[in-house]
Design a protein. Structure first.
Lengths: 358, 358
DNA sequence: CAAGGAACTGACAACGTTGTCTAGGGCCAT
DNA sequence: ATGGCCCTAGACAACGTTGTCAGTTCCTTG
C-alpha cells in the first residue's frame, strides 16, 4: 500500500542492532558478536545475521560503541596550515601511521592562532580522541592539564609546548640548520649575510636566527641588525625590505631565507627587483633557503632541508608507543637537517661594482 | 591519607556531569543546562556549577552527546593524497568551511585505491558524520546506498561518482581545459603536440585527453597515438618516454602535460635529458601544463590553471546547503579553467635542425 | 545412565549525555 | 485571598552499543 518496497516496518533513519536482531530472529547480543567477529557464534546463525545486516544496510554506530568502550581509536592532528607543503607532508605521514594502527584522524589548522589551536584541541578532546599531535601556535598549554589528568597522550611536533607542559616533543634542529646554512655561505667567502626570517614569536624562526648568530660569532663576524628581517612573509613587504637591503651602503652578498615561504617569496622579490628571468642567480646574490621545496632542484636553490614526513612519522611513532602503554619519561627528539648544495649557495660574493649587471 | 590532594572521591578517568552535579550540589540536568548555555538557570547556580566544572576539569563527552542527539556536527573528507598541493588546497578550503559552520573534519587519503576510499568513507559513516566530500578513487559507489538511505549527504569533488550514484558533483572543466591548452599551442603554430597524461582510468586524465583530441580535430590535425602517453607520473618512465618522443623521426614541437605532477616531472626529465639549466626552455619545446603550481611563474611555465580552493569551497557550500535541509535535485557544477601564459607555451615550433642547440 | 563440560545464545546493566515531563516556589492580577 | 503563570530545578527514559553473567542444548565420559 505504501510506496516502500521493503518488507516489514518502514523505519526512518538507520537500522540498529536491535533491528538486525529482530530481522534475523536472534538476540541483540548475537548481532553484536557477529559484527565484532567474536567467537562463539554458530556458523549458520552468523550467516543469518550477516544476511540481515546486508539486507538492512546496517552499519555499526561507533558513537555508541565509543561511549560504551571508552576508547575511540582516533587521534587528532593540529597543524599550522594544511595548504602548506611542509605541514601537508607531515599530515600525510601521520595519516599513514594512523591508518596502519587502525586509527581515524581528525585534522585542523590553527593558522598560527593560539585560541584556534586551543579550540581545535579541546574539540578533539571532547570527541575523546585517544591522542593528539600538535604543532603549537600558542605558548601556554595549561588548558591541557585536565586532559593529561584524564589520560590523554599528546606529542608536540615542530615546536615545543609552552613552559610547564611536560610532553614528548619532536623538533628539527633549527639552530643547527641555521648554523649550517650560514657557515656554508661564510665558507664560500661571504661576510655580509642577510637573514630573512619569520615572526620572531615563532619558535622555529627564533631558533634559526639563533643558529645564524652562532655561526657568525664562530667565524668572528659581527651581528648586524640591519641585515635581519623578522616578519611574516608578505610579498610586498619582502620586496620593499630586499630593495632596502640591496641599495644600502654596505649591502649583503648573500641571503639566508628563514623558511619555505620566505625562500619562495625572496625568489619572487628578487626576480621582480632585478627583472632577471633566472631568479636563482638574480643580482648575483648567493642564497640558501631553509626547508626544501618542490622544484628547488630545477631552480638550483641550495637549501637546508628538513624532513617533514620523518617529523610526522616520528611524532606518530612516539604517540602510538604511548597509546600502547609506554610510560617512559617524556623525550625530546631533534631531527638533523641536511644541507643540499644546488648552486645558489655556492656563488662567491659579487663585488659591488658588478651588481647592476645582474 | 592518599596522595591525591583533591577533595572527596578520587576518581580515575574523567569527571562526568554527574560528578560535577555532585560537586556543585545540583542535579545532573542543571549541569547539562549550564554546559550547553541553555536558559532557565539562576545566575548564582550557574556560577556554582561553572566553578565545579573548572575545579574538576570537566569536559563534555561528545560521544554521548552525539549518541543522544543523533547529529555529530562533523563531516568527512576523502581525497587522493594530502601531500599533493592540489588536494591540500582543496582540504584547506573545506576545513575553512567546516570551521565556519562549527563542524569538525575527518580527513583521509585514498591513494587512488578504491577499496581504501570505501573503507574510509564507511569508517566515517560509522562515526556518523553528517556529510561527506569525496574525491572518488573508485567507480562503484553502490556501497553508499544504505548511507544515502539513512540520510547522509555526500558531494563528489574533482571526479564524478560511479554510474547509478546520484549526488551533487563539482568538477573542473577538464575537457575544456584540455581543449584550451591544446588550441593555445596550435595557435602558436604547433602541429605535433604530445600529450603526457596520467592513468587513463582517472576521470580527469581521460577528460583532458578528450579535450586534447577535440582541439586537434577542430584544427583539422590528425590524432597520433604515438604522441600520447597515459600512465602514472613515474620519473624514470617519463624520462624514457620523453627520450623516445624526442628522438622519433617526427618528434613533437610542443608538450601538453596532463596534471601538476606530470608537469613537474616533465620539467625534471627535460632538464636531465637536455642538460639545460633552464628547464623551462629545454630543447626549445613549447610546454603547457595542466594545473598551476608554485613557482610556475618564476619558471615561466604556461599553464591551464584550476582553482582547487574554489573547488573545495563550492563542494562544501553544496554540502552545507544539503545539511541545512536543501532538497533540490542534485546538481553538477563545472568550474572553468583559466589559461595563464607565461612564456613556455608561447614558443613557436623549433625546426628540427635547431634542436640540439638546446 | 548420570554427571560434567563445551558450545552457543540471551537478559540485563551500564557508558554519559539530552529531551520531556513534572514539581516547587514566588509573584502578579483578579 | 486565590488562581494562574513564570522561573527554576530535578526525575526519568532513551540514544545504540558492549561486558557480565546466566541459561539452554547437546555431546562426551565415567
Amino acid at each position: 500500500m505504501g510506496d516502500d518496497p521493503c518488507v516489514g516496518e518502514t523505519r526512518r533513519g538507520r537500522p540498529t542492532m536491535n533491528d538486525v536482531a529482530a530481522a534475523a530472529g536472534v538476540a541483540l547480543k548475537t548481532v553484536s558478536r557477529v559484527v565484532n567477529s567474536e567467537p562463539g557464534v554458530n556458523a549458520a546463525t552468523a550467516n543469518r545475521v550477516q544476511a540481515a545486516i546486508e539486507r538492512l544496510g546496517y552499519r555499526r554506530n561507533d558513537s555508541a560503541r565509543i561511549l560504551r568502550r571508552g576508547r575511540t581509536a582516533s587521534i587528532g592532528l593540529v597543524i599550522e596550515d594544511v595548504a602548506d607543503a611542509f605541514y601537508s607532508s607531515l599530515s600525510r605521514a601521520v595519516e599513514d601511521a594512523a591508518l596502519h594502527h587502525g586509527y581515524l584522524l581528525f585534522t585542523g589548522s590553527s593558522r598560527e592562532d593560539a585560541a584556534r589551536e586551543r579550540d581545535l584541541v579541546l574539540a578533539f578532546c571532547a570527541r575523546r580522541v585517544d591522542g593528539l599531535i600538535i604543532v603549537p601556535a600558542g605558548s601556554d598549554h595549561g588548558y591541557l592539564a585536565p586532559e593529561f589528568e584524564a589520560g590523554i597522550k599528546a606529542v608536540f611536533a615542530d615546536r615545543p609546548p609552552g613552559a610547564g607542559c611536560e610532553a614528548d616533543t619532536v623538533l628539527c634542529d633549527n639552530a643547527g640548520g641555521g648554523r649550517t646554512g650560514t657557515a656554508h655561505l661564510i665558507a664560500h667567502g661571504h661576510r655580509r649575510i642577510a637573514f630573512l626570517g619569520d615572526s620572531p614569536g615563532i619558535f622555529t624562526a627564533a631558533e634559526r636566527l639563533r643558529g645564524y648568530r652562532q655561526a657568525l660569532a664562530a667565524a668572528g663576524l659581527p651581528y648586524d641588525e640591519g641585515l635581519v628581517v623578522m616578519a611574516p612573509p608578505d610579498p610586498a613587504r619582502m620586496r620593499a625590505d630586499l630593495a632596502r637591503l640591496l641599495t644600502a651602503s654596505d649591502p649583503p652578498t648573500a641571503l639566508l631565507a628563514g623558511n619555505g615561504r620566505t625562500t619562495v617569496e625572496t625568489l619572487r622579490a628578487l626576480a621582480s627587483l632585478t627583472g632577471a628571468a633566472d631568479a636563482g642567480a638574480a643580482g648575483g646574490l648567493a642564497l640558501v633557503g631553509f626547508d626544501d621545496f618542490e622544484l628547488a632542484d630545477l631552480l638550483g636553490i641550495t637549501v637546508v632541508a628538513q624532513d617533514p614526513a620523518r617529523l610526522g612519522r616520528t611524532a606518530a611513532d612516539l604517540l602510538f608507543m604511548r597509546l600502547s602503554g609506554d610510560e617512559e619519561p617524556t623525550s625530546r627528539i631533534e631531527l638533523a637537517t641536511r644541507l643540499v648544495p644546488r648552486g645558489s649557495g655556492e656563488r662567491p660574493p659579487l663585488p659591488l661594482r658588478d651588481r647592476t649587471a645582474g
